[in-house]
Design a protein around this ligand. Structure first.
Ligand code: ADP
Length: 279
């Protein structure tokens, strides 16, 4: 807390008017700290693949110059590191764009079923690589208020995570239903008629103590595993921001050894818009 005293009438002390202003700077300090942490984390995430690229390049120009087998192997690793950096830069750009647009609410009526179908079709090859079957348990869905690009990004991230963290040979299920009683799966009240969409995987699940922090930038349950799977640690932070922009809600449930369910609640088109916050 910072207190500032301003004397409005300097000439006569006796009759002076004193204005005392109190500023709570804890929020500002926390925001500054988060910003500094974010820049430090982002720099670290970029520097790791960059150092590896430089190291391999130097080896290729020196000791491994005439070793064809080593060259092919190193080029493969360098390619993976460059892809990782490129993915990280595009996630960082997405986050910064989303933050700038945070206060603009989408207004279009979107057929979210078509959005989900497009994503699932586009991910069939990736699902096949892990022998995962994607099931959809919905048919006709009511329109939601949204933005097609943002909704695509939300569900692309959630379904990609389900394919990444789901067990090989397992199933990923997408369920969708209009919420009739105004209550979420975890018992929260929705202040507007909503459509719920769950992405459910059969993975290892997430320990309970991690759930509240999953949507923080760069927060990972197992950082080494996330990096190995090509993750940037920004996917769920992006999802949270975009869901907030839709005045929707994100709920995460998970059971160790069984899997996880990420549910997004979106306002139905034609409903009164209120505001709810993602976790
Ligand atoms: P990442 O790029 O690491 O996947 P995300 O922001 O998408 O980053 O997710 C943050 C972390 O949450 C992941 O590193 C992982 O530990 C955990 N996570 C996300 N989705 C799942 C899931 N479906 N099953 C298990 N863990 C998950």
């Amino acid at each position: 807390m910072i207190a500032r005293v301003v004397r409005l009438n300097e000439a006569s002390l006796e009759g002076s008017v004193v204005l005392l202003t109190l500023h709570d700077v804890t929020g500002i300090k926390r925001a500054e700290r988060m910003r500094a942490d974010f820049v430090a984390n982002a720099s670290h995430e970029l520097r790791t693949p960059l150092s590896s690229l430089i190291g391999f390049l130097e080896t290729l120009r020196g000791p491994a110059a005439d070793d064809a087998e080593a060259r092919d192997r190193f080029l493969g690793i360098m390619h993976d590191q460059a892809v990782r950096m490129s993915r990280l830069v595009s996630d960082l750009m997405s986050l910064s764009r989303i933050e700038m647009e945070e206060h603009t609410q989408p207004t279009a009526a979107i057929e979210v079923g078509a959005v989900l179908d497009g994503i699932v079709n586009g991910l069939q090859i990736r699902a096949g690589e892990r022998q995962i079957t994607v099931e959809r348990t919905y048919s006709q869905l009511p329109a939601v208020v949204g933005d097609t690009e943002a909704l695509t990004q939300i569900f692309q991230n959630l379904i990609e995570n389900a394919l990444k963290y789901g067990r090989k040979g397992s199933h990923v299920r997408i369920e969708a239903w209009p919420v009739s009683d105004g209550t979420t799966r975890r018992g929260r009240r929705l202040d507007q008629p909503s459509l719920a969409i769950s992405v459910i995987d059969q993975g290892e699940g997430i320990p309970r103590e991690h759930l509240p922090r999953l949507t923080e930038r760069f927060y990972r349950v197992d950082p080494a595993r996330s990096r190995e799977l090509g993750g940037t640690g920004l996917g769920l932070a992006i999802v949270k921001h975009l869901v907030n922009r839709h005045r929707g809600l994100l709920e995460i449930e998970s059971e160790l050894g069984k899997g996880s369910r990420f549910t997004v609640y979106l306002p139905l088109a034609g409903s009164n818009r209120g505001s709810q916050a993602a976790e």
